[in-house]
Design a protein around this ligand. Structure first.
Ligand SMILES: [Fe+2]
Ligand SMILES: [Fe+2]
Length: 234
């Protein structure tokens, strides 16, 4: 089983590193996302699907450690204690979080896995990769842990791809179509979230478009890997 899901990142490579102000705002979203992953993986660890439950139990520990690490990083960067405040978080991301949590709560396993492993982990891996150089510079002592976290996140995306492939590919085509439409709906929410986050942190739209393009590429590859319909219109 591949442990990571490598992707070419041409749009991200052309994007200049985030400055400190942008990093702090992105960090607020990263911390919020870590809390959401922790919550959803805790639901998964109670599911009947033993492969998923075992992996999710281990993943929940990692997500909890990530959350604590990013809280420390926030303190290093701002001198202030992180306080969870929804006013800082993109509304579209909050909406997405509610919908994925509802799926997990109501045992819609495939839907919740799509939300966590494709959409949220996909967004996280893109934001992490772009934030890493600036965060490592702001807090050199945390550099090794940051690298470790990025490896673990790549592992979550890789696990999600393999686990979803095994569960989605045997589905009837009408079911796959339904899942595809849900993934499209969440992709639109995340693309909107990237725009909302972007307007909070950048004075011009170029980084927003680069991040959206990167996310679109990620989703196209991930959906093709699952045999889901890839939207042509974006
Ligand atoms: Fe994480
Ligand atoms: Fe993760």
């Amino acid at each position: 089983m591949p442990l990571t899901y490598p992707l070419a990142r041409p749009a991200l490579d052309r994007l200049p590193p985030f400055g400190k102000r942008a990093l702090v705002k992105v960090l607020l979203h990263i911390i919020w996302g870590e809390a959401l992953s922790f919550q959803v993986t805790q639901f998964f660890s109670r599911f009947d699907d033993q492969t998923l439950a075992r992996y999710a139990g281990h993943q929940a520990q990692e997500e909890n450690q990530h959350h604590r690490f990013f809280e420390k990083l926030y303190k290093e960067m701002t001198g202030q204690t992180y306080v969870s405040h929804l006013g800082h978080i993109s509304r579209s991301l909050q909406q997405f979080g509610k919908e994925v949590t509802n799926c997990a709560l109501s045992h819609q396993q495939i839907e919740a896995m799509i939300g966590l492993y494709l959409l949220l982990e996909g967004l996280a891996s893109i934001l992490f990769e772009k934030s890493y150089p600036g965060c490592a510079k702001q807090w050199p002592a945390g550099q090794a842990t940051l690298k470790q976290i990025m490896r673990e996140e790549a592992g979550h995306v890789g696990f999600g791809q393999v686990a979803l492939q095994q569960r989605v590919r045997p589905m009837a085509s009408s079911e796959r179509r339904r899942i595809s439409q849900l993934a499209d709906h969440w992709e639109r929410l995340i693309r909107r979230a990237i725009r909302e986050i972007g307007w909070k942190v950048f004075p011009f739209p170029v980084p927003v478009r680069a991040l959206q393009k990167e996310f679109q590429e990620f989703m196209s590859q991930a959906k093709a890997g699952l045999g889901l319909t890839v939207r042509s219109e974006k």
